[in-house]
Design a protein around this ligand. Structure first.
Ligand code: DP6
Length: 345
């Protein structure tokens, strides 16, 4: 007897960044992200009675090297879902973006897997009321990777307790509850692939840098303040104010890394060239800004109404700094979907 399910789940990009955590994967400050659309993972899971054995296929090729990470996820969720240990798991997965692109696949990958687990839990245990489905998926995704907790919802999503967002929570993410001007509902993000290699600093090491960081208290306070400042900007459609805030957050993240012990410089010369060009284009009136992850790639942020001009700017001026000229046009998306058609995975 076997059961199966499959989910498609997107990546997300944080504007106020999660950077620093305590056990069990709880954030030291609140974060907010836009869920993306084009960058996503499709995962199909099949279970049979067994003893917790895990096999993983990526794009149809069995990948034993992926098993330890997935085993860590199952270990982390075992207390909430002990039934998972009494099954054998076949997991087939595919990313719409190249694995080596440097785009975090953990948010889309672990949210897709968490959604599969909650779907199966519902089938087996009938203990998860429909209204709690995505909350439970967010908790499980968080235990796999903090930022994955935000990918179970579409649009703008908050994770981590903060006074300016009622109901905000350390354990699960939820949709941003305040008003958002339509200009932000379909905001654009073009991901410029500057460095496509292995991450220079793992997320565990990266978050660990905030333990005993000399600027930790100021950073955590700043994140709360930025969450609060974002509210009127999003509500009123203030794109310029929003881009200023997003850039300060991104540069603060990298500033924290550079001021860590040991220090990390994750921007490349090409990253800086791109940032300079974006800032000067904005000074000249183009509605464009940036944010960064913990890496060298640049997320170019702009409203839909500036799309044509920004695409021309990316093609003519920025793509030259990308590895093999590669970039991905993405935008705010609607969140994960259950895959009902037979999957080719
Ligand atoms: C800079 O979610 O990848 O992208 O919880 O250890 O898996 P783990 O870390 P991860 O960290 C993401 C950090 C960030 C900011 C963000 O997405 O909020």
């Amino acid at each position: 007897m076997s059961f199966q399910t499959a989910w498609r789940s997107p990546s997300n990009i944080a504007l106020v960044k999660y950077w620093g955590k305590t056990s069990p994967q709880l954030p030291t400050n609140p974060s907010i992200s836009m869920t993306l659309d084009a960058c996503r993972t499709e995962t199909a899971v099949e279970i049979v009675p067994g003893s917790g054995k895990i096999r993983v296929w990526v794009d149809g090729v069995e990948m034993p090297s992926f098993v330890p990470k997935i085993a860590g996820f199952f270990k982390a969720i075992a207390e909430r879902h002990p039934w998972t240990a009494h099954l054998d798991w076949s997991i087939r997965t595919h990313n719409t973006f190249p694995h080596s692109s440097g785009i975090a696949s953990s948010a889309s990958g672990l949210s897709a897997l968490a959604l599969c687990v909650v779907s199966l839990a519902k089938e087996f245990q009938e203990r998860i009321p429909a209204k709690d489905f995505f909350r439970e998926a967010s908790v499980l995704a968080r235990l796999g990777s903090g930022s994955a907790s935000r990918s179970v919802y579409g649009g703008w999503v908050v994770w981590g307790r903060t006074p300016s967002v009622p109901g905000s929570n350390q354990e699960w993410a939820h949709p941003y509850p305040h008003a958002i001007d339509p200009v932000f509902a379909d905001f654009r993000d073009t991901v410029l692939l500057v460095d496509v290699g292995q991450k220079a600093v793992s997320s565990t090491v990266g978050h660990g840098l905030m333990n005993n960081h000399p600027f930790a208290a100021a950073r955590f306070e700043m994140a709360h303040r930025n969450m609060e400042s974002l509210q009127p900007l999003l509500a009123s459609g203030n794109v310029g104010g929003f881009l200023d805030l997003a850039e300060r957050e991104a540069l603060m993240l990298h500033g924290l890394m550079m001021a860590s012990n040991p220090p990390f410089v994750l921007m490349k010369p090409a990253t800086l060239s791109i940032l300079e060009k974006i800032q000067s284009a904005r000074r000249e009136g183009l509605e464009v800004g940036f944010t960064l992850d913990a890496g060298a790639n640049v997320h170019v942020l702009y409203p839909q109404r500036a799309e044509q001009s920004v695409h021309a700017f990316v093609n003519d001026s920025l793509s030259v700094h990308c590895k093999d000229g590669a970039f991905i046009h993405d935008r705010v998306g609607a969140g994960p979907t259950l895959i009902t058609e037979p999957t080719p995975l």
